[in-house]
Ligand binder design. Structure first.
Ligand code: 13P
Length: 250
């Protein structure tokens, strides 16, 4: 079972197009020999073009942070999977906890977005994960099951192999409080079991499950050594090119 790791940067609402170009001018020389892992950077939508231009000819891929499930229409302020693809993206982050918390996304809306992303040929990175309160009340598995059902329902084996799951416990996001490799491994094993129940063992074994939540240069190696962890979704520490390069090369 060898799953190529996927190391993805989620820049959230940071950086202008000029700052995006400046990032890649420093970052690309640091990682140009590094093909062991798949590397994806997800800037704000207005910086996608700058990122795609800056990474042209390199092995770095560009992703979006969100999209609407319809391909076009009267949805002011939204962007679609087709637009993202036409702009040069290969990936899209869907169902991030910040989208669920602040923008009312639900398992149903995330499911529709995954469908649309897959139809457009994008690789969705679907975020799942519990709140601190849910973990403390023993509800982690129930939450993960519900999020996984949202991610998996209506899809077949081929679909699931074209997506990645990112386990992001909400209490570890932006808090500096990283989940231990053991906590992450347990959650990933649970998610893989859910995938197995839906798609069978072979497909579940191929599904990539990333970890996100305060991944830093100092803890990346310990996390990535854990066989259940197939990569990282990095927020704050991906904004600095030197710091993200250390994580990529853990
Ligand atoms: P931090 O790495 O800043 O904790 O953010 C994690 C995250 O939300 C990535 O999507």
């Amino acid at each position: 079972m060898s799953r190529k790791k996927l190391i993805a940067a989620n820049w959230k609402m940071h950086k202008t197009p000029a700052e995006t170009r400046a990032f890649f001018a420093t970052f690309l020389p640091l990682v140009n020999q590094h093909t062991r892992d798949e590397i994806v950077v997800c800037p704000a939508a207005v910086c996608i073009s700058a990122a795609v231009e800056s990474t042209a000819g390199s092995h770095i891929r560009v992703g979006a942070q969100n999209m609407h499930h319809e391909n076009q229409g009267a949805f002011t302020g939204e962007i679609s999977a087709d637009m993202i693809v036409a702009s040069g993206c290969t990936h899209v982050i869907l169902g991030h906890s910040e989208r669920r918390q602040y923008f009312g996304e639900t398992d149903e809306s995330v499911n529709k977005k995954i469908k649309s992303a897959l139809e457009a040929g994008l690789t969705p990175i679907v975020c799942v994960g519990e709140l601190l309160e849910e973990r403390e009340n023993g509800k982690t598995e129930g939450v993960l099951r519900r999020h996984c059902q949202g991610a998996f329902s209506g899809f077949n084996t081929e679909h699931v192999l074209n997506m990645a799951i990112a386990y992001e416990p909400v209490w570890a996001i932006g808090t500096g409080k990283t989940a231990t490799p053991q906590i992450v491994a347990e959650a990933h094993a649970f998610i893989r079991k859910e995938a197995e129940a839906e798609f069978g063992k072979e497909a579940a074994n191929k599904l990539r499950i990333l970890y996100g939540g305060s991944v830093k240069p100092e803890n990346a190696a310990a996390l990535m050594e854990e066989p259940e962890i197939d990569g990282a979704l990095v927020g704050g520490a991906s904004l600095d090119p030197a710091s993200f390069a250390v994580i990529v090369k853990y």
